[in-house]
Design a protein around this ligand. Structure first.
Ligand code: 5GP
Length: 201
């Protein structure tokens, strides 16, 4: 990737196991700070879930289209996860950081590892945040409540958790998502979006 001059923004990478609450955290952050934050809409070959909107949550593409976009160099990173492909577009990232925005990316640990090298090469500053569950039992309960996956997918997602948790030490910050409001406040401080609360005297 070429070095991008006059970078004023920053990339914020959010990773963590499926069901840990990353999507809710990202949605809330975007709602609260629409003027500072911009969300990376990935391409994926997985089928659309109920309630998901094309071009808002993901760009839902065929495997052929995805491969064509890889060949064209459209992605700054891409990974295969649970038999489906996911990729982040290079162009909107470069534009957002050039315009001084915080560019929020909800991607898996494989993608985050690729970005670490590419963004450093390009001189684009980034903060890597890992969202961890309070416990594995809690995560399992959340995934079962969510029930967006069939049982096979649920099993493969759980099998991946161990690996993902091991990668958490490569991140700048680990937030244990016990309480959405507290995690949001922590993220806001980390990203310079609000002042830390001052201790009462
Ligand atoms: P889901 O299918 O539940 O929306 O996402 C599955 C996993 O793919 C999540 O861990 C999510 O962070 C990750 N993911 C979503 N978009 C991308 C992307 O563009 N690149 C990579 N590497 N992972 C992604």
């Amino acid at each position: 990737m070429e070095r991008t001059d006059r970078v004023r923004g920053r990339v914020i990478v959010i990773s963590g196991p499926s069901g840990v609450g990353k999507t809710s955290l990202c949605h809330q952050l975007l709602k609260r700070h629409p003027e500072r934050l911009c969300f990376s809409i990935s391409a994926t070959t997985r089928p659309r879930r109920e309630g998901e909107r094309e071009g808002m949550d993901y760009f839902f593409v065929s495997r052929e289209d995805f491969d064509r976009q890889i060949e064209r160099g459209d992605f700054i990173e891409f990974a295969e996860s649970y038999d489906h492909c996911y990729g982040s577009y290079r162009r909107p990232l470069e534009e957002a950081v050039r315009h001084g925005q915080l560019y929020l990316m909800d991607i898996d640990v494989q993608g985050a590892a690729q970005l670490q090298d590419r963004l450093a090469e390009a001189g684009i500053p980034a903060t890597y945040v890992f969202i961890a569950p309070p416990s594995l039992d809690e995560l399992l309960a959340r995934l079962q409540r969510r029930r967006t996956e069939d049982s096979d997918a649920l099993e493969s997602r759980l099998a991946k958790v161990q690996f993902e948790m091991e990668q958490s030490e490569l991140y700048d910050e680990i937030i244990v998502n016990e309480d959405l409001e507290r995690s949001l406040a922590r993220l806001e401080v980390l990203l310079g979006l609000s002042a830390p609360a001052t201790a009462e005297e």
